[in-house]
Design a protein around this ligand. Structure first.
Ligand code: ATR
Length: 276
């Protein structure tokens, strides 16, 4: 029987997940469909009940439901619990259970790994932003062995709270202080929404002090290259946009759901062709 997967969000019409997962089913010969479900805040509990009622196989969760959805699930995987948000639900039909996962942070790390020049333990990371995306990245990096992690945010108290959740050695700074000490880092990651379409002229911090040896990463992929990454290019630094994170969070969800290795290249191609 054809398995049905999908993504719930609001808005969801422009999600690239249906196309990306459909390409993966075609490539691996799995009989499945992936549907976007537009769910408003007051419809979330019914929507989650619908996963059970309709026997859907698995669901991705996107903005604005990643946090609120947790209360309707039976179990949370440890990483989702630590991040405090869910982007992937498995429907375990045998046990009649809905289990929440979060593949955002690990997806990010998978996209980053081939670009690392040192072991994670020796890599000095500056994360800009402490919202939902920033939480997933910070918690995962700390859990996977980054020991020198600094989190900078406009609202310092959010950076401090996130730093505390990540471990003792994690530092929190105001954006201005981070900006002044940019050359101390091997990687700078923008997890703020600053620079996203339509506000493409903005940058979270100035890159005046950037060293060309620092890898600059932006979780944004619309535009494909933010002003932040373009300025980093000008400084001679290597850059990486957020498309890899998007592809790998989807690939990990595919693997959790199907138990089959995801055809990452094919998934990546669908995203690149659409956005670049
Ligand atoms: P997401 O789910 O995309 O991470 P979010 O949870 O709303 O979105 O988080 C947005 C992040 O971008 C936060 O770190 C936010 O900083 P604050 O915690 O101070 O709000 C950051 N951000 C948004 N607009 C910003 C701006 N104009 N300047 C600096 N930081 C900004």
């Amino acid at each position: 029987m054809t398995q049905v997967f999908g993504v719930i969000g609001n808005p969801v019409a422009h999600s690239l997940s249906p196309m990306m997962h459909t390409a993966a089913y075609r490539e691996t010969g799995i009989s499945a469909a992936y549907v976007p479900f537009h769910v408003k805040d007051d419809g979330l509990s019914d929507a989650v009940r619908g996963i059970r009622g309709l026997g859907l196989a698995g669901i991705n969760v996107t903005v604005p439901h990643k946090i609120t959805v947790m209360e309707y699930l039976d179990e949370l995987d440890e990483t989702a619990e630590m991040i405090g948000a869910v982007n992937t639900i498995i429907h375990d039909k045998k046990q009649n259970k809905l289990i929440g996962y979060n593949t955002d942070g690990e997806g990010y790390l998978r996209s980053l790994r081939p670009r690392l020049k040192k072991p994670l333990a020796d890599t000095r990371v500056l994360l800009l932003g402490a919202g939902g995306a920033g939480r997933a990245v910070a918690v995962t990096l700390a859990k996977k062995g980054v020991r020198q992690l600094t989190i900078a945010n406009r609202t310092l108290s959010s950076a401090e709270a996130l730093a505390e959740d990540c471990g003792e050695e994690v530092r929190a700074l105001p954006l201005e202080t981070a900006q002044a000490s940019l050359m101390e880092f091997d990687i700078v990651i923008n997890s703020t929404s600053v620079g996203m379409t339509p506000n493409t002229g903005q940058m979270p911090i100035s890159l005046e002090k950037l060293s060309s040896r620092t890898l600059v990463s932006d979780l944004i992929y619309t535009p494909w290259k933010t002003r932040f990454l373009r300025e980093a290019d000008k400084k001679g630094a290597e850059t990486i946009n957020g498309a890899g994170m998007f592809v790998h969070q989807g690939a990990m969800a595919f693997e959790i759901w199907t138990g089959i290795q995801a055809p990452v290249k094919v998934m990546e191609r669908t995203v690149v062709e659409k956005l670049r």
